[in-house]
Design a protein around this ligand. Structure first.
Ligand code: KMH
Ligand code: ZN
Length: 312
């Protein structure tokens, strides 16, 4: 019998924020995404949060073929829970963004709980014009100050209703306290069923900052709104990743690491791989007296449909 108090480690392998120039460790080819995902699972991640990228240029992709190039390989090599992103890229419609999760009928997928500014343009200043590896990167990063990440109530309803027949468990990405209230509204109208799984997303420019006071506020608000009917995890962007995950694990939360959210292993030092971040947070969690959940324990804690009920 799995214990609720075991810590689930999610690893978000590549995402859509960082670009190949920023770190040689960031995987973007299907081979590298598959290899790093498998290594992260071997290191102790029981959930793998996966985005696709163009195999040649590393640009964010929601192309079904780009997902097909690694999903079956990851499934065959690990028993980790596969979580397909519906975040996609910020210029895409909700229909385009949810297509991979629906096509592959994943065990889990992300569900972003509000519209917001979503920017990483300050990163562009770290690179000179000739530094960028690929043509698309500079504008993609520099122009993100104009991004609106659109997740209206109508979008959320459409995503929830389209994905409902697939019995997918959502990782509800809440980037600020208001998003918890959006989620409460959606639960009350029957879009999502307990136990809901909330990812407190902290430190994105456009969302709540990554500090302990804010984490306590998010947690208290979620307690007030959802009582016992929720599980939670934290994702802190950049070098706050491991420190905030450490604090959250001590507060009874689950943790997300991975190069999608931070390229660092500690302040000022780039991580060599996703697995290195998983190894580090696993070490911390275990040293502090908690146990890390296996994939099957994560399935039990989150009431997932099972790895044999996906379409890849
Ligand atoms: N990149 C994270 C801050 C998604 O994939 O839907 C949020 C995220 C969104 O993971
Ligand atoms: Zn993501």
């Amino acid at each position: 019998m799995a214990k609720k108090n075991k810590t689930i480690i999610t690893c978000a392998i590549t995402g859509a924020i960082h670009t190949p120039t920023m770190s040689d460790a960031l995987p973007y080819s299907a081979d590298d995404i598959a290899t790093q995902a498998i290594e992260a699972a071997e290191a102790g991640a029981s959930i793998l949060h996966l985005h696709a990228r163009d195999n040649q240029t590393g640009a964010p992709s929601v192309d079904i073929d780009d997902f097909s190039a690694f999903l079956p390989r990851v499934k065959q090599a690990t028993d980790a829970v596969i979580n397909v992103s519906t975040g996609g890229s910020l210029t895409l419609s909700i229909q385009e963004r949810i297509k991979p999760a629906a096509t592959f009928s994943a065990e889990m997928c992300s569900m972003n709980m509000g519209s917001m500014n979503f920017s990483f343009h300050p990163l562009a200043k770290r690179y000179g014009d000739d530094d960028w590896k690929f043509d698309w990167e500079k504008d993609y990063v520099a122009n993100s100050d104009g991004n609106i990440f659109r997740n209206t109530f109508k979008d959320i309803k459409e995503a929830a209703e389209t994905l409902a027949p697939h019995n997918i468990k959502f990782e509800h990405e809440c980037y600020d306290v208001g998003h918890l209230y959006n989620l409460k509204f959606c639960v009350d109208i029957g879009l999502f069923k307990a136990p809901i799984f909330i990812q407190f997303v902290m430190g994105i420019l456009g969302g709540i900052g990554a500090d302990v006071e804010n984490l306590v506020f998010m947690k208290k608000t979620a307690d007030k709104l959802f009582g016992d009917d929720y599980r939670w995890s934290i994702l802190a962007a950049g070098s706050a990743q491991i420190p905030m995950a450490t604090t959250a694990s001590q507060m009874g939360g689950n943790v997300r690491v991975g190069l999608e959210d931070s390229l660092f292993i500690k302040r000022g030092e780039l991580a060599k791989s996703n697995a290195q971040q998983v190894e580090k947070i696993r070490r911390v969690v275990e040293e502090l007296g908690s146990e890390v959940a296996t994939p099957d324990e994560a399935r039990e804690i989150l009431d997932l449909k099972g790895g044999d009920r996906v379409n890849f």
